[in-house]
Write a protein that binds this ligand. Structure first.
Ligand SMILES: [Zn+2]
Length: 580
């Protein structure tokens, strides 16, 4: 039934899209935006850039955030409709399909895993009664192996931060064989103010929970238990519970580092495990901050039975290409990304149960589509090709972009740069931009000059310790070596003091972020979104025409991935740009 319903819906959406774009003509060009005063782009490029219109972005956001789109859930009808809408726009702009078999759709095969309530999770000390935990309140757990059930009965080894980082001369494992064990570890990384040691206050990838699970799997452990501590995780237990309490989506193919059991426990539970082992958790945590830390086998076993509901999920990235104008350089590309998925619809919720995701991330999609239109209609084309990718399943853990990184339409080594747009506030004209991560790339001097041309101050990441760099889609592309960062607005807005911007951000985080109230409102002001799109256009155009592709700075954690991908694609310069 569902399949039968879709075609007519697509027809009406395409028709609505035409109506919307026709309606836009009347409002186009009314908003005056600060354009680059001394943009160094050639005149045809500048004309294309200046055609980027806040009212076009509004039209896309209004449509994508409509209740009819049902919150654009991954693997849900609303998400599929959003993908079709975006593909339709790409087609109307005359862009080349960059997906599977000559289509705009790149299918992302995923598996959804939901831990069932009949699962059990207990700590069994060598002497004394077992501690039986309650799912959600005391622990969360998931089985990454896509099996319907698994039994774990294994010794627990405390491994401190669970990090092996030769470049910082840090090894929490010290060669101890942890195969078949369950590893208990801390989130985050050893605290430091030294920029040469785990990048000082900033979080590196070693501090992210995804790394911890991957490292556990590499060491042959059967499970990892992370100890939640609010300041160390930079978010509360409710965030852990919400994001692990329901379905977790994984790439179907990417299964070599899959753990039978990945989990979190609350700080209280961790304290109890420590005291059952005759130890003090605070002391254990303190000991872990030393280079001399050694793994400790605890006199406690984990006994768990995880029952999982497994289902296949089909969802697609939507990918379009603008071929470059230079016969030698068109095998290389610059990429723009924005996720189109959001949290969908929650049928058993009372009241408004549609997570419209107007700001997150219909705004980024509107920007991506305006960029695509402007490039497609430019009277002159850049030398390198341009890729436009609206990715799926970001809210499920950057899954769509992970797949895109592993299956790029042009080999990763030939992609000079990725610029990502995620949750760009429609609240006015910013006088600042955030480009966290750009300073780690060879492209940064261009970013600085261009920001100046746009009258935009660059604000550094206010909380580098929170590791935001690792939480949006550009990170998936950085992992395969592509210099990548997100472009967003800073705190200072035209006509307002600095505090106003901070208040807006706080109000959004508390009252709308990841809530059904993130809805389109007619009083939204998309001039900042258009400005970010123009700024991104200018940056991308420059990157697409510079003699060299961009790199990570020497010694950066993604440098090795870049070298590897360039090695793999050596000689493919000027190739057909086919998928590999
Ligand atoms: Zn987002």
């Amino acid at each position: 039934m569902r399949k039968l319903l879709i075609p007519s819906a697509i027809v009406s959406i395409a028709f609505m899209a035409l109506l919307l774009s026709a309606a836009d003509k009347t409002t186009s060009g009314k908003t005056s935006l600060p354009a680059a005063s001394d943009s160094s782009l050639p005149a045809p490029a500048r004309a294309a850039m200046n055609s980027i219109d806040p009212e076009h972005i509004r039209a896309h956001v209004r449509f994508l955030a409509d209740d009819l789109l049902e919150g654009r859930g991954t693997g849900q009808r609303g998400g599929d409709l959003a993908a079709k809408y975006i593909a339709t726009q790409f087609a109307l702009y005359g862009l080349k399909p960059g997906g599977d078999n000559g289509t705009y759709m790149q299918k992302v095969p995923m598996v959804g895993v939901t831990t069932e309530p009949q699962s059990t999770f207990s700590f069994v000390p060598n002497s004394g009664p077992p501690m039986n935990l309650k799912f959600g309140d005391d622990y969360v757990a998931s089985n990454e192996t896509h099996q319907p059930d698994v039994d774990v009965n294994a010794d627990i080894v405390y491994v401190g931060y669970g990090i092996e980082a030769p470049e910082y001369k840090w090894d929490d494992y010290k060669g101890v064989d942890v195969r078949g064990k369950v590893l208990l570890m801390l989130v985050n990384e050893p605290p430091s103010n030294d920029p040469n040691f785990f990048k000082g206050k900033a979080l590196t990838y070693y501090g992210r929970w995804t790394y911890k699970y991957e490292e556990g799997a590499r060491k042959g452990a059967v499970g990892v238990i992370l100890i939640h501590k609010t300041d160390m995780a930079s978010y509360g237990w409710d965030v852990v519970r919400n994001s692990w309490g329901g379905e977790k989506d994984y790439l179907k193919e990417n299964n070599q580092l899959a753990l039978p059991l990945d989990s979190w426990v609350t700080l209280d539970v961790a304290r109890k495990i420590a005291s059952d082992s005759g130890k003090d958790l605070d002391k254990m945590m303190q000991d872990a901050t030393s280079r001399d830390f050694h793994p400790i086998q605890l006199p406690v076993k984990l006994k768990a039975h995880l029952v999982s509901k497994i289902r296949d999920i089909d969802s697609s990235n939507v990918v379009a290409m603008l071929p470059g104008s230079d016969p030698k350089m068109k095998g290389q590309a610059v990429m723009y990304t924005a996720h189109y998925d959001h949290l969908g619809i929650h049928p058993d919720m009372t009241g408004d149960n549609i997570y419209n995701g107007a700001a997150d991330n219909a705004t980024g999609c509107g920007i991506l589509l305006e960029l695509a239109r402007a490039y497609a209609q430019a009277a002159e084309k850049p030398k390198r090709s341009i890729i436009f990718a609206a990715v799926t399943a970001e809210e499920q853990g950057l899954v769509g972009s992970e797949y895109l990184g592993q299956h790029p339409p042009v080999p990763a080594g030939n992609i000079s740069l990725d610029l990502n747009f995620d949750d760009v506030p429609p609240i006015g004209t910013p006088e600042q931009t955030t480009v966290a991560g750009a300073e780690r790339t060879t492209f940064y001097p261009v970013v600085e000059t261009t920001a100046k041309q746009f009258g935009l101050g660059i604000v550094p990441d206010a909380r580098p310790e929170a590791g935001h760099y690792y939480r949006s889609d550009h990170f998936s592309l950085a992992r395969v070596g592509i210099p990548s960062f997100s472009v967003n607005e800073g705190d200072k807005y035209k006509g307002h003091p600095n505090e106003w911007g901070l208040e807006q951000a706080k109000d959004y985080n508390e009252h709308r972020y990841h809530q059904p109230s993130d809805e389109y409102r007619p009083d939204m002001d998309f001039s900042g979104d258009a400005l970010m799109a123009r700024f991104g256009f200018d940056l991308g155009w420059k990157a697409a025409n510079m003699p060299q592709v961009q790199q990570w700075q020497k010694g950066d954690e993604f440098e090795a991935a870049r070298l590897k991908s360039e090695h793999q694609t050596a000689g493919s310069l000027g190739g057909s740009g086919e998928s590999h």
